[in-house]
Design a protein around this ligand. Structure first.
Ligand SMILES: [Fe+2]
Ligand SMILES: [Fe+2]
Length: 562
């Protein structure tokens, strides 16, 4: 029987290679050794790479890199695999840094790369806060554990190091307790993969490094039963779960080693405390897709978290308080404000907006945690109720650049107002003209206490309308992940020439506004004590708005939208 020498590397597809390169270099401590056709190859020691990041629409396993000793071993392995009925795959990608490679599929459809001769890189590695010793292992979820074992043990020659009956199998190809493990599941996907650290001291340093860089530890630190290794788990920007581990058991006695069958209980994987893994981690996701309370985790393709500098206080009296790692809220305090009727900018006292235009082929979602408070201050020249909820709001706005539809979701102390406004479109890039009358504003009588935190979200879907053309669009407003309002409409704007991807922009504002509905001159206004001329009115209220984060995602790339 040929032998697999080791798992030398893992190839992952990620939607944003650069975001992941940044994470793996600066957080995990790897270093680029090559780039080819948009793919990046990273190393942590003299071996050319232990991680290959390939661009792809979604995250997933690109291939699993198994190393054999030499060319002869590769040929023997190839013959035996053919004999076992395994069909070779055509080489579909170029990978630098090692000798000849051959490709196969495991029973779950994962691409297996067998190669030999990993090259070494003699250039010294840069000094870094932390650096793994080597690539560790990979844990894959399989819909048929027995079938996976038939292939990895029966055909590839891995040995069983430990099991949980019918649920988990840890397999080794050398003295490392496991290089690959399989979890029985209803999904075929990577659960997590791991890097070895030199020891507990490095684990401590890494945990400090993670804390300083706002990377959450989603499980651990603790020790596993099977493998006896210390661990923590962290998410990468694509949502992969990365285990950082040390002290993995070594099995040198192949002749007499007897594997254990462990209990299927949390105490098996977390022997220190017996805590269960979070459900999302069991599903192979680095973030709870339904947890909107975490606030500041910066993970997942498509997520956009504005920098502090992007918040602009438009009122010179506004005080902007920067978020910190321990207090990730951005706070804007406005002691008093001026409200003009004719200048819409008067209604926006602080603003964050993205200049990026998002293609909305599969939809777009913008979400923010917002808390708004209005506090009375003196003087209050018009006797307006300082607690009037309509005096301050946070809002999220999405602008469909092709149709000029502006979707506003405004939140005040005590109520939510869902608006759909129509702007006159002058260019496909979204240069909007005059505001046409508002369409179907909807008041939602939700009980929102001043200062309480809520997650507000707009999900915008152009339906099948991938290209700029008339068609059905729809939007949902959500408060705390519950749909509170939905609107459907049909865009009738003709495409201005060659098709372009339908773009959208978003904004999150702290807006100061009143409901302009019943002033005698028809311009509206319902506040007691409002300046009847309503040209330029100073209010005495203090306003504080806080954001914990702003997140933008594209539909179809986040599980919670499935
Ligand atoms: Fe590879
Ligand atoms: Fe693991």
């Amino acid at each position: 029987m040929y032998k697999i020498k080791r798992i030398s590397h893992v190839g992952l597809t990620v939607p944003d290679v650069e975001a992941n390169v940044d994470f793996y270099e600066n957080i995990v401590g790897l270093e680029i050794s090559a780039r080819v056709d948009g793919a990046a190859f990273l190393r942590c020691n003299e071996d050319h790479h232990c991680l290959a990041l390939y661009p792809g629409e979604t995250r997933g396993l690109h291939h699993l890199g198994l190393e054999v000793h030499d060319q002869e071993a590769l040929q023997v392995a190839h013959k035996e695999l053919l004999k076992s009925g395994v069909t070779p795959e055509t080489h579909e990608y170029v990978e630098p840094g090692h000798g000849e490679a051959r490709f196969y599929r495991d029973p779950d459809g994962h691409l297996i790369e067998l190669s030999y001769g990993m090259e070494t890189v003699s250039a010294p590695l840069k000094p870094r806060e932390i650096r793994p010793l080597q690539y560790g292992h990979i844990t894959i979820m399989t819909i048929d554990l027995a079938r996976a074992l038939e292939f990895y043990v029966g055909v590839l020659g891995f040995r069983i190091s430990d099991t949980v009956d019918g649920a988990v199998a840890w397999l080794r190809c050398n003295q490392e307790h496991h290089g690959v493990a399989f979890l029985s599941s209803n999904l075929n996907k990577v659960n997590h993969y791991a890097y070895d650290l030199t020891g507990w001291e490095d684990m401590k340093r890494l945990c400090d490094h993670l804390w300083r860089n706002n990377v959450p530890i989603i499980y651990g630190p603790s020790r596993h039963g099977p493998g006896n290794n210390l661990f923590i788990y962290i998410p990468d920007p694509a949502g992969n779960i990365v285990e950082m581990t040390t002290e993995l058991a070594q099995i040198w006695d192949e002749e007499s080693y007897q594997y254990l069958n462990w209990d299927n209980s949390p105490g098996t994987v977390d022997i220190w405390r017996g805590l269960s893994q979070p459900d999302y981690m069991l599903a192979g996701d680095g973030r709870d897709p339904n947890d909107w309370s975490a606030g500041s985790a910066v993970i997942g393709q498509g997520w956009y978290v504005p920098e502090f500098e992007e918040f602009v206080a438009m009122d010179p009296d506004a005080k902007v308080i920067a978020p910190t790692a321990m207090s990730p809220e951005l706070c804007i305090e406005i002691p008093q404000f001026t409200l003009g009727f004719d200048n819409p900018l008067d209604h926006v006292k602080a603003m964050v907006s993205s200049e990026r235009r998002y293609p909305t082929g599969r939809g777009l979602s913008v979400a923010a945690d917002i808390a708004v408070e209005v506090n009375g201050t003196d003087p209050n020249p018009f006797g307006a109720d300082p607690d009037d909820p309509r005096l301050a709001s946070g809002s999220i706005g999405l602008i469909d650049d092709s149709t000029g539809v502006v979707i506003n979701f405004e939140i005040s102390n005590g109520r939510v107002l869902a608006l759909r406004e129509v702007f006159r479109v002058t260019t496909p890039a979204g240069d909007t003209g005059a505001i046409l009358p508002m369409a179907d504003p909807t008041h939602l009588d939700l009980e929102i206490d001043p200062g309480s935190w809520h997650r507000y979200e707009i999900r915008y879907s152009p339906g099948d309308d991938n290209w700029l053309r008339p068609g059905p669009d729809s939007v949902q407003w959500l408060v705390d992940n519950q749909i509170v309002h939905e609107v459907n409409w049909v865009a009738t704007v003709d495409p201005p020439g060659s098709p372009i991807i339908k773009p959208a922009r978003f904004r999150v504002n702290l807006s100061i506004f009143t409901l302009l509905d019943d002033l005698p001159d028809g311009r509206g206004g319902t506040l007691d004590g409002l300046d009847p001329d309503y040209e330029n009115t100073t209010f005495g209220q203090g306003v504080t708005a806080r954001w914990r984060n702003v997140e933008v995602l594209e539909f179809g790339q986040q599980r919670h939208l499935e």
